[in-house]
Ligand binder design. Sequence first.
Ligand SMILES: [Zn+2]
Length: 437
Amino acid sequence: MRPKTKSTFVLHNPSEILRALVGLKDVRILAYERRGPHVELMIERILNDVLCARCGSPARVKERPIVSYVDLPVYGTPMALAWKKHRLCCVNPECPTGSWVFEDHRIAAKDCLLTTRAAKWATVQVGAGRTVSEVAQELACDWHTVNDAVTTYGEALLAADHKRLNRTSAIGLDETSFVRFSRRRQNYATTVADVQNHQIIDILPTRDTHDVARWLSARPTDWKERIEFGALDMSPAYAAVYSVVLPEVTQVVDSFHAIQLANRCVDTVRRRVQNEQKGHRGRKHDPLYQVRRTLLTGEEKLSDDARERLMSSLELGDPHGEVVIAYMIKERLRDFYQLNDVDAARAMLSEIQHHCLKPAMPPEVQQLGRTIRTWFDKICNYHLARVSNGPTEALNNLIKRIKRIGFGFRNFRNYRIRALLYAGKPNWRVLDSIVVH
Ligand SMILES: [Zn+2]
């Protein structure tokens, strides 16, 4: 078939454009055509002596189907690659082999709607934190096309990258809710992170003690033996995992979770006091509602204005000083994390705990005190881990990043691949050599 002449560019130097656009040996450009905002490049694979895989007889061309692929944009123009393929059949009339299409993974993998280079590019983009829809928009194709390609190449990369995991002395287990099929049902995943190398090790589709324990005990012995610290939220399930599988490991409650708990306490007290004072939930002009975010901000981060507004709002909306109590305890707990001395930290947490548990304290604060009492040693171990360079702080940022990715995911497989590409530190150089057939 001759290339269409209408709106087809004449190529003065096809091989040069080929190098720029495809760069593959034995690939020939047939046409280069502009269609509205898109440019379509038609190519074919040059075949030399293809033989039947079953009997070794020569193959002959039966059909030339044209299959269209999404390619990388060139200078911002979306590109489509039309591959004029060869459907071949065996010349031997006795041979039972049916016809087959000649594939070339360098151009595009079978069943992938992106060209190989576009698929790898998309995988890198998503790994860098861009959303699938952004990438799809840039490639002028739909979400599923990009998502399928990223999943395929991402899984292949993670499987091929044997050196992805680093040696570590500190891991963390964290629960992430990633699916909400309905209002009533929410699914949970467990993120296993290497908090020393700021890297996600894996994501498990469960938060069940037995499942997580089984996964952890299946890791190589030398890897497990190196672990000194195990970070966790205040969940008995993960504490049990460590106690059963890695009993020697020092368990550390992550500071992020402890402060989150104190913040939640402030918020609960604020809501209750608000309700008692006004008889309704917070509204725009209610003093306590106006400072709901300021209350959760670190005191040292407040401007003089913000601090003044906070004081006057509390004077108006918190006549018995209950919000103030919760707020001060939250700030005290934040101070606890600033300490450098293990013994001083222990003494301070003990003081916070006793203060919370006083009968005159608001019920929410007493509840916080009971939680601190339950997790006391593991909260204090934060300082032990810090002294011995066990990085617990790092987990916070990692988790925040993962949560951002996890938001809105309905499909665990998608979520896992996305999170591992983004925060699992794959060796991107391995992607070049990935072959998906
Ligand atoms: Zn044959």
